[in-house]
Design a binder for this molecule. Structure first.
Ligand SMILES: [Zn+2]
Length: 339
């Protein structure tokens, strides 16, 4: 895999009790995802009284960086703070944190659009990055989401309010965005079934609805259907890539093969404990523990491979480019057997 700008692979490190740490890392990432679902944006300690606190403890590490990458100084640290150019008019903020989360700034002739918003705690960092890249009082035409998971839509509410702009998302993601519990049950991935839903059910109906109401997106939501023009991004197309979530989409710019994939494909080894622990780069299917329908997800990887991208800008991991990009994605699709 060729990465942009010579981003160094994480230095190999001696890790004592590596297996134990890897398992703990996987659990933290999983619990992180669970807690973000359950923790309303800006929640106070009052939420702890609901019993949700059990899952709060791992949240702190997200956004603080990862030794040797965002927290370790050097070019990697700079990239976590300042958007860097990955293609004409496309800038990446990230990878950030152990999950290597990315958001993307896409410029047009007259304005710009933010694609995905990271975790709720990323709002300040994204606003500072936008100001550094585009000027102090800049605001986008729109925020676009690939899907409604807390590491992609977490800061949407705050940013939409601060920037006074709409949030566009695929129509099938709206029920999750507005905190519809029945939709969460219908679209549950393994982590939801094992952890999130049991916790929510344990709260009882009234407290559950209060938690979901606090975490819902109340901002100016605008639903769109894949196949239509991409709002705020002329020259881009919306590619349906269901599987990780029911309404997941990717964004493609056919003119030069730039592909923003959300979690349909990632360039971090999210499906191995060691990969998560060491933030190992590598093309991968979506994290299976938070994926709703694996068969659809595999088919979506194949659909993206058919586009033969020249730049792969994923929700997690360093964006990938170069002549081997399309081939690497093709090989992944064949490994996963989605054709
Ligand atoms: Zn994600």
């Amino acid at each position: 895999m060729q990465t942009l700008g010579g981003f160094p692979a994480p230095a190999s490190r001696r890790v004592s009790s590596a297996r134990h740490n890897a398992t703990r890392s996987w659990c933290r990432s999983a619990a992180n995802e669970a807690s973000a679902w359950l923790r309303p944006a800006g929640a106070s300690r009052r939420a702890a009284a609901t019993g949700v606190w059990v899952l709060h403890w791992p949240v702190g590490h997200v956004g603080r960086g990862f030794a040797g990458r965002t927290g370790g100084g050097g070019a990697a640290a700079g990239r976590a703070l300042v958007p860097w150019r990955i293609a004409p008019r496309v800038y990446c903020l990230g990878p950030s944190g152990r999950a290597g989360t990315n958001v993307f700034f896409v410029r047009s002739a007259t304005s710009w659009t933010l694609v995905d918003t990271g975790w709720a705690s990323d709002a300040d960092r994204i606003e500072r990055a936008a100001a550094a890249l585009l000027g102090g009082d800049t605001r986008p035409d729109a925020i676009l989401l690939t899907h409604c998971h807390p590491d992609h839509s977490g800061a949407a509410e705050r940013l939409a309010r601060d920037w006074d702009c709409p949030v566009h998302l695929p129509a099938e993601e709206v029920p999750i965005a507005i905190g519809d519990f029945a939709a969460m049950v219908a679209d549950a991935g393994p982590l939801d079934r094992w952890v999130v839903l049991p916790m929510l059910r344990a709260l009882g109906r009234r407290r559950r609805e209060a938690v979901l109401a606090r975490s819902r997106l109340d901002c100016s939501l605008r639903a769109f259907r894949p196949g239509t023009d991409v709002p705020g991004m002329p020259g881009w197309e919306c590619v349906p890539t269901p599987g990780h979530t029911r309404g997941h989409v990717s964004y493609s710019r056919p003119a030069d093969g730039v592909l923003i994939t959300g979690d349909a494909v990632v360039t971090l080894r999210v499906n191995s404990p060691a990969g998560l622990l060491l933030s190992r780069e590598g093309i991968s299917g979506p994290p299976w523990y938070t994926t709703w329908d694996r068969r659809l997800a595999r088919e979506s990887v194949a659909r993206l491979a058919d586009l033969e991208p020249s730049v792969l800008a994923c929700g997690h991991g360093t964006p990938m480019t170069g002549p081997d990009t399309a081939e690497a994605l093709r090989a992944l699709a064949e490994r996963l057997g989605g054709h």
